[in-house]
Design a protein around this ligand. Structure first.
Ligand SMILES: Cc1cc2nc3c(=O)[nH]c(=O)nc-3n(C[C@H](O)[C@H](O)[C@H](O)COP(=O)(O)OP(=O)(O)OC[C@H]3O[C@@H](n4cnc5c(N)ncnc54)[C@H](O)[C@@H]3O)c2cc1C
Length: 407
């Protein structure tokens, strides 16, 4: 087994867990991650512990990331994607398209000068974890230099001379015995929903709230940075929606929103939190007990709002139909959080072509692909919690080991 090599596509919690499990079995694992950072979605989440741990899983992801980055036997290709896959004597030959790192991890000290002084909005991205090293990555799509301007500010301000914008993309070819697809999901982007996301500053998604709580621990209004007192969560945005052909429940959003509501209320007791929902989906064995406790802290409205409007003072007016009084009702909030659902990965069609896989009708990968030597782990196969993503990575590793015994 020690001569076998496995390629894992995706460096989220599923890919990290698969790499660690393979390494424990003495099997060489490489992770191909298309972005500049490992950890996927879940490394962006805040710990939601109040007086006790609520088992959101955020810290587990941090631990996995640390273990992978400290393990010299797990090879990591950041900013990389599969170009194609061919066969050679029973092994697969994979060609990777590698974008340059631009920031040399051996020289970078994570000082943040490049991030602070870059004039191109979003061109230098910041990782979410101290275990993301370098903590900064260059996004060539947003960098002024790569959009035709003569900008070298990041190279000039870096005290370690760690940045080199002259690096070129290149190909890397590797022979491997099996592939684990752990390419995850895309959070639904509610641009076409009538809730004003990306129109009104104070309408954000649950993913944006996770990032906010991770960085600054309280919920604020993006428009002025002041603490948000009246907060609405609108559930099932992009899930269970026949108009989008997204008939599935995203499984994690109710638990995630309620945990965020609890932690906001604990840190800022004057917050008033309203939860608009269809029905609360149970997300784990302790969910009912947790839900009963959170219900004391929030105001629940079992209905999804029709519209969100901005008032003249920048607050948000949310209207919904009151079934009991048979009339439309309006509420005013400082912050509206859209609990967006889990949808298939943005490039899962392209990835499927390159691996000669057929995705399911939903667009997710099958949990048991029919291609020899290809296995799936995590939310690439559909909505799941962090705990389930880790379990599915274990299962993919077990299937991989059984397969390796036959070849
Ligand atoms: C807002 C929100 C809150 C949530 N909160 C919780 C929570 O509190 N608790 C919980 O248990 N679960 C939560 N979840 C679910 C959790 O995010 C998932 O269970 C977890 O992220 C799945 O991990 P993954 O590795 O399968 O996928 P991802 O986290 O999506 O990671 C996939 C990785 O693959 C990379 N990738 C994609 N395509 C390619 C490609 N072609 N080539 C190379 N790399 C690629 C991506 O860049 C990414 O790094 C939440 C989900 C959302 C949307």
């Amino acid at each position: 087994m020690e001569h076998k090599k496995i390629l894992i596509i995706g460096g989220g919690v599923a890919g990290l867990s698969a790499a660690l499990a393979l390494e424990q079995l003495g099997i060489k694992a490489s992770i191909v991650e298309k972005t500049g950072f490992l950890g996927g979605h879940a490394i962006q989440y805040a710990c939601k512990a109040t007086d006790q741990c609520v088992k959101c899983g955020a810290c587990v992801v941090e631990e996995k990331l640390k273990a992978v980055t400290e393990n010299p036997d797990i090879r990591i290709f950041l900013n990389s994607q599969i170009k194609n896959k061919a066969q050679n004597n029973g092994r697969s030959v994979i060609t990777l398209n590698r974008q340059p790192d631009y920031i040399d991890p051996h020289k970078c000290t994570d000082c943040g000068q490049c991030y602070a002084q870059c004039p191109g909005k979003g061109a230098i991205e910041q990782g979410f974890s101290p275990n993301n090293h370098p903590l900064y990555a260059l996004n060539a799509d947003k960098c002024l230099r790569f959009t035709g301007q003569d900008c070298h500010i990041c190279e000039d301000v870096c005290p370690e001379k760690a940045i080199d914008l002259n690096q070129q993309p290149y190909k890397h070819i590797c022979e491997i015995n099996a592939v684990i697809v752990a390419s995850g999901f895309k959070a639904f982007e509610p641009v076409d929903k009538p809730y004003g996301w990306q129109v009104f500053d104070n309408v954000i998604t649950n993913l944006e709230l996770e990032r906010m709580l991770r960085r600054q621990s309280i919920a604020v209004r993006p428009s002025d940075g002041l603490p948000a007192r009246r907060i609405a969560f609108i559930q099932c945005v992009g899930s269970r929606d026949a108009t989008l052909n997204h008939l599935w429940c995203s499984k994690v959003c109710c638990g995630s929103a309620l945990r965020m509501a609890r932690v906001i209320k604990t840190r800022h007791p004057e917050s008033e939190i309203t939860f608009f929902y269809m029905d609360a989906q149970n997300s784990g064995k302790d969910f009912e007990k947790f839900y009963a406790a959170v219900q004391n802290d929030i105001h629940e409205i079992r209905c999804l709002p029709g519209d969100v409007y901005q008032t003249s003072d920048g607050s948000l007016q949310v209207s919904h139909f009151d079934q009991h009084d048979r009339q439309s009702v309006e509420h005013i909030f400082d912050l509206v959080v859209l609990s967006v659902g889990i949808t298939p990965g943005s490039d899962s069609g392209k990835l499927a072509d390159r691996l000669q896989l057929k995705p399911e009708l939903t667009g997710f990968f099958s949990a048991s692909p029919t291609q020899l030597g290809i296995f799936t782990a995590g939310a690439a196969a559909g909505p799941m919690t962090i705990e389930d993503a880790i379990a599915s990575a274990g299962q993919a590793v077990w299937q991989t080991v059984q397969y390796l015994k036959t070849c």
